[in-house]
Design a protein around this ligand. Structure first.
Ligand code: CP3
Length: 340
């Protein structure tokens, strides 16, 4: 059976209705997610238990019939697999034991540690509707490293930026190790059945110029090229949130097939700057999804209009917020689909 979202990337036709999925579409805004998380006894158990991760991946598909499912996991499973302790403080976000060089990390066993995610994907190839595209993912190395070095989320990524500036060779070791683990991890996700993979560069905004090239663009290109060198032609979505660089250049230099746009991106300018061979994805403001009503309808219509003449995947400009009313998501999907 055809998969409309995957087909959009592989072929050059522009469909009448763009495919839609949402970043963080499985999560706390859904009561059925909160129940399974409770049953799992914590977020990490949920990520590492394939039957439960499968269930929460399917929840938003059942409710809304999205065109794609994204496997339930987290970008911080990679540092966990490399030997860092990882835990989630309720209401405060992730905590890790901080690292400052490659010597604090290990590659041994990382692939095995991450195998539950591939098992979740294998299960989903059996349980998803046949027309639903299956998305795997990982964090981009810079974004993952910002958490590894600080040991937590930071507003300005200062600890990682300081290490990159003062001890670039030590920082490079960490990035190189994350690149190596991520290539294996995504190759395994693809072998298990992922139709597409997305690289989340959530903290691209904290670097610019040469540093952006070295720590964001180059490692992502190495991952894309590493997958291609293994004969994997799977489409890859790059999502450089807040990147201070022309996005057409980012797509070209990283060799991504799809460019994820954040909320702040000027849609018409990006549409003009990127050739028709790049598929664009985005960029509804998650706060407008929280607001709902006429404001939501108007914002959806504006996006549909701006991208009417190109290959485009409807999404948010960042992850769905926990306080989002589930009925607003239904309103969004209906609005996108009745626009044909
Ligand atoms: O999109 C999906 O539905 C798939 C699952 C997914 C999660 N995290 C589940 C999750 C994906 C794709 C991610 C990506 C992720 N994780 C990113 C990149 C995207 C972004 O949002 O910028 C980052 C930076 C992380 C790291 C992370 N994980 C943080 C900072 C937090 C805490 C903040 C928060 O939202 O609670 C998490 C936890 C997390 N990851 C939750 C979920 C559903 C919430 C955990 C819970 O159930 O309490």
């Amino acid at each position: 059976m055809a998969k409309p979202l995957l087909d959009l990337i592989k072929h050059s036709q522009i469909p009448a209705v763009p495919p839609i999925w949402l970043m963080r579409q499985a999560g706390r805004y859904l009561p059925e997610y909160r129940r399974v998380r409770e049953q799992a006894g914590g977020f990490l158990n949920l990520c590492y238990t394939p039957a439960l991760a499968e269930e929460v991946t399917l929840q938003p598909i059942r409710r809304y019939g999205f065109d794609a499912a994204i496997v339930f996991a987290d970008i911080l499973l990679v540092p966990h697999a490399m030997g860092q302790e990882l835990w989630f403080e309720t209401g405060e976000g992730p905590r890790l034991t901080p690292v400052s060089s490659g010597a604090d990390l290990t590659l041994k066993g990382a692939r095995e540690h991450l195998s539950p995610v591939s098992q979740t994907l294998s299960r989903l190839t059996q349980s998803l509707p046949a027309d639903t595209t299956l998305i795997g993912f990982a964090g981009a190395p810079w974004t993952v490293a910002t958490y590894m070095i600080a040991g937590r989320g930071t507003p300005d990524q200062a600890p990682a930026r300081a290490l990159a500036r003062t001890q670039p060779e030590k920082f490079q070791e960490i990035i190189d190790m994350v690149v190596a683990v991520t290539i294996d991890y995504l190759a395994d996700q693809i072998d298990a059945g992922a139709d597409i993979v997305q690289l989340f560069e959530s903290w691209a905004a904290s670097l610019q110029g040469e540093e952006l090239e070295r720590w964001c663009v180059r490692p992502v290109a190495q991952i894309v090229d590493g997958l291609r060198a293994r004969g994997l032609q799977t489409p890859i979505i790059g999502f450089p949130r807040g990147a201070k660089t022309p996005l057409g250049d980012y797509a070209q230099k990283t060799h991504c097939d799809v460019l994820g746009l954040d909320t702040a991106v000027d849609r018409r300018a990006v549409g003009d700057a990127c050739g028709a061979d790049i598929v664009l994805q985005g960029n509804l403001d998650p706060q407008i999804l929280v607001a709902g009503g006429g404001e939501l309808d108007a914002a959806v219509d504006a996006i549909l209009q701006d991208f009417a003449n190109r290959r485009f995947i409807f999404n948010l400009g960042h992850g769905i917020l926990p306080q989002t009313p589930p009925e607003h998501v239904a309103q969004l999907v209906a609005r996108v689909r009745k626009a044909s």
